[in-house]
Design a protein around this ligand. Structure first.
Ligand SMILES: NC(=O)c1ccc[n+]([C@@H]2O[C@H](COP(=O)([O-])OP(=O)(O)OC[C@H]3O[C@@H](n4cnc5c(N)ncnc54)[C@H](O)[C@@H]3O)[C@@H](O)[C@H]2O)c1
Length: 452
């Protein structure tokens, strides 16, 4: 099939490459000429495991191409995927300017039947706006070309995006146009050969499904984060509680890890956008409001633990920071809890030496030049002259470090584990003072016994 992907970011590039992998003829458009130049020179503008090979293979086979030429891109595909960003507007709603610009471009240039597929995460009712924008442009040109608008939200996870796209749990297709549904079924058939995982529904339900999924996952995280804070007060261990409840099949183990807050390009903005959509429709989503505000608080939980231990004034203190990306296996720093932590530590006079296996270039760009922030070439190098180590992202390479060496290198052997990576006994046996999120550490036990 001939496919155009509009927006060549995390979702667009992965979708385009994976669709080409199944033999489709894919043209990826982006308005960012720098991004397209990198791709045309054989580079990959983002870090996503396995993506470079899929892109290289399909470019070499002539099935995957890149362009900044809007007219050429609209002419190319019968299926036109919109995968542009939908960042939060000032009021928390999703900013649809890029989606609607893409829709207008389609209307300006299309000359035959097109299926326009919304892959971006968009509020309920956006397909109607996309349809209207295209129709308006067609009316301006006085052409009556037929088209369909389909909602096909994307559920891939950054860090495992290629795998998720190639082996989807489910494919949601919101559509009314029979021809469009047939094309979508044909397109996705190779991705679900063992059994059909494509669910066809009305467009609005499809749009809401995406938000509901992210809202549910964010809710589980905030719920566990709050329980972790309670566990600390009560002298319980959240990790044992997680295992205790996860074994119930109605609950399951997934997404029950307490930590220093969720970040990334999706959960924070999608939760806020759904709250906004709801209140605009006259309904308050009380649970989600709490999920959002609990997460904002949770991003500060490490700073609170650090100031409780070292005092509010951190002048002259130096902290080693492991992990910058909002989660492992990505270089994405959007809404990463590390951003709050670095800002807060520097604000209190501390300096930070950070290490991340992949996200340091992105972090340099995000933070800009700051005398109090430096970067280490290796994880252990970050510990030189540091008072304490703080872990924000659970990269695999941090899982089993040399604790004796950590103790030897830190001025004060203190570790703050924002992702509950380590068993308290291990560090405490190595003579390290250990602080985690809701874990029954010696430090937490001391707080409980000192409480009135
Ligand atoms: N990143 C994820 O993990 C993920 C997962 C599922 C869904 N989503 C959703 O998918 C959408 C895209 O997210 P992303 O992370 O890929 O964003 P991104 O910022 O990485 O990429 C968006 C791209 O669209 C380009 N663009 C903007 N306007 C354009 C236009 N008119 N024509 C052509 N290109 C244009 C931008 O230059 C950019 O390269 C969002 O709605 C997001 O919520 C993201």
């Amino acid at each position: 099939m001939k496919i155009t992907v509009i927006g060549t970011g995390y979702v667009g590039l992965v979708s385009g490459a994976c669709l080409a992998e199944m033999g489709n003829d894919v043209l990826c458009l982006d308005v960012d000429p720098h991004k397209i130049a990198i791709l045309e020179q054989g580079g990959i503008p983002i870090h996503e495991p396995g993506l470079d090979q899929v892109v290289a293979r399909n470019v070499a086979a002539g099935r995957l191409r890149f362009t900044t030429d809007v007219a050429r891109s609209v002419a190319h595909g019968t299926l036109l995927f919109i995968a542009v960003g939908t960042p939060p507007d000032e009021d928390g709603s999703a900013d649809l300017q890029y989606v609607l610009a893409a829709a207008r471009n389609i209307g300006r240039h299309m000359t035959d039947y097109k299926v326009v597929v919304d892959k971006s995460t968009v509020p309920v009712g956006t397909a109607d706006k996309v349809r209207a924008a295209i129709a308006e442009e067609l009316a301006r040109r006085q052409t009556g070309v037929r088209f369909a608008v389909v909602s096909n939200p994307e559920f891939l996870k950054e860090g495992a995006a290629v795998e998720d796209f190639m082996r989807p749990d489910r494919i949601i297709v919101g559509a009314e146009d029979e021809q469009a549904i047939l094309l979508m079924r044909a397109l996705y058939a190779p991705f679900q050969r063992s059994h059909d995982r494509l669910v066809v529904m009305d467009v609005r339900s499809a749009e809401l499904t995406k938000y509901a999924a992210n809202a549910m996952l964010a809710t589980r995280i905030s719920f566990m984060n709050e329980l972790a804070l309670l566990a600390e007060r009560l002298g319980a261990d959240i990790e044992l509680v997680r295992q205790g409840i996860g074994s119930d099949p109605r609950i399951g183990f997934g997404f029950l890890y307490a930590g220093c807050g969720y970040g990334g390009s999706c959960f924070p903005k999608d939760v806020k956008a759904l709250i906004r959509t709801a209140s605009e429709s006259g309904q308050e989503l009380q649970v989600l409001r709490a999920v959002d505000s609990a997460n904002e608080d949770q991003k500060r939980v490490l700073v609170e633990k650090i100031t409780r231990r070292f005092g509010e004034d951190l002048s002259g203190r130096r902290f080693a920071l492991w992990g910058l990306a909002f989660k492992p296996n990505t270089d994405d720093m959007r809404e990463a809890p590390s951003r709050v932590l670095v800002d807060e530590l520097i604000l209190r006079g501390a300096s930070v030496c950070a290490y991340d296996p992949i996200a340091m270039d992105e972090a340099r760009r995000v933070f800009g030049p700051r005398p109090a922030l430096s970067f280490a070439a290796q994880a252990m190098d970050a510990l030189e002259h540091a008072d304490a180590l703080v872990i924000v992202t659970e990269w695999k390479e941090f899982r089993s470090p040399d604790f004796e060496r950590i103790r030897g290198m830190l001025h004060q052997p203190v570790v703050f584990d924002g992702r509950n990576m380590f068993a308290p006994e291990l560090l405490e046996a190595a003579g390290i003072e250990f602080h985690a999120i809701g874990r029954l550490t010696a430090a937490a036990a001391q707080r409980v016994s000192a409480a009135p």
